[in-house]
Design a protein around this ligand. Structure first.
Ligand code: DAH
Length: 351
């Protein structure tokens, strides 16, 4: 009888402990449940300790006693396990409401990017020439003196070298330099390909200039080269006039002024009628009505010969256009420094 009382006391002890749990404190529930399990159904639980008293029970009474303890233990286990699953449910509901995501709220915008004005201008130029069947060539930015000057008919003592204040690579004895013009790719192309040749080469070039509104030690050019049988100055004028109209509008006129480049003969500088005033003269064109856009000419016979192309059979024209200059004209930029500072407030305007 004593035993029976003790066992039912253990059961109500466990049941009271369950009752006493504060289920409102949801965050603490998992710990509370663990404590209850170890205290009331764990190895050293009160009910397990009762089994040890079996040896004091008369052998004849042991089956009855055993059943009593087993039933009590089962009852405690059932209570605690169903309490545990009720708690899990509570915790789950709590988390579902606390961690709710309102999928109808507006999202954070990742912000739309924009192409850099130089990229826009380059794409406009390259797309145009690709549409005319030109191939796009590439060349190294660290060039040799040979490709940048010598093969372009500009030997070491040539005065035209002074106009391009060149960065030489230290320790190369003047052999390596940062290319000062994309014209170097003309030579590489003609060395590797026999006519007919129609190529353009956009890229970065370098000159030791101080930074100001119209100069930068790094800028961009697009070189063009056409070599075939019977190419004449008419082809040059036709294509470059069409280019000016493509870039600035059908009403734009071009004029070709005699000029000098060592790698072309004859050489020209090409002006477009001022986009702003239409040729009347304004601030943008400094009253001239014309704006210089590029240099060009018929490929010098000496240059063709340097590349193993027979000038008796073939002729060609070439041109070099400043991409930065085109971007400035297209987008009304009057200080090229903004092209390199990458101020997002400036760049955003090109979205
Ligand atoms: N390389 C010249 C420069 O940087 C531009 C140029 C002029 C390129 C005439 C040409 C050309 O291909 O025919 O000033």
């Amino acid at each position: 009888m004593e035993m029976e009382k003790e066992i039912s006391a253990i059961v109500s002890h466990a049941e009271n402990a369950l009752q006493a749990v504060d289920t409102a404190d949801v965050a603490a529930l998992p710990h509370r449940v663990e404590d209850l399990k170890s205290k009331f159904i764990g190895k050293n639980s009160e009910i397990n300790n009762v089994y040890r008293l079996m040896k004091n029970v008369a052998p004849a009474d042991r089956p009855v006693f055993g059943k009593l303890v087993n039933d009590a233990k089962k009852r405690i286990e059932d209570r605690i396990l169903s309490f545990e699953s009720a708690c899990e449910e509570l915790v789950l509901r709590f988390r579902l409401s606390a961690e709710q995501i309102d999928v109808t709220l507006p999202g954070k915008s990742a912000g739309k990017g924009a192409l850099h004005p130089l990229t826009l201008a380059r794409n406009l130029l390259t797309d145009y020439f690709i549409s005319l069947g030109f191939e796009v060539a590439d060349g190294p930015e660290i060039e040799t003196d040979y490709y940048n000057f010598e093969a372009l008919n500009t030997p070491a003592d040539h005065p035209a070298r002074d106009a391009q204040d060149t960065f030489y690579i230290d320790g190369s004895g003047g052999k390596y330099l940062l290319r000062s013009q994309t014209s170097a790719t003309q030579i590489r192309t003609m060395e590797n390909k026999k006519p007919p040749i129609k190529m353009i080469a956009p890229g970065r070039v370098y000159r030791a200039d101080e930074v100001d509104a119209t100069h930068s030690p790094v800028f961009h050019q697009l070189e063009g080269l056409v070599v075939d049988k019977g190419i004449t100055m008419c082809d040059l004028k036709g294509i470059l006039d069409a280019l000016a109209k493509h870039l600035f509008g059908e009403s734009v006129a071009t004029r070709f002024r005699p000029s000098f480049f060592p790698f072309t003969e004859p050489s020209v500088e090409v002006d477009a009628s001022c986009v702003k005033c239409g040729g009347k003269g304004c601030k943008a064109c400094r009253g001239a009505g014309w704006i210089e856009v590029l240099g060009a000419g018929m490929v010098n016979r000496a240059v063709l010969r340097n590349c193993g192309i027979d000038p008796q059979k073939y002729s060609g024209f070439a041109f070099g256009v400043g991409i930065d200059r085109i971007a400035n004209l297209l987008y009304g930029i009057n200080d090229m420094r903004v092209l390199f500072e990458n101020d997002v407030r400036f760049l955003r305007q090109f979205r």
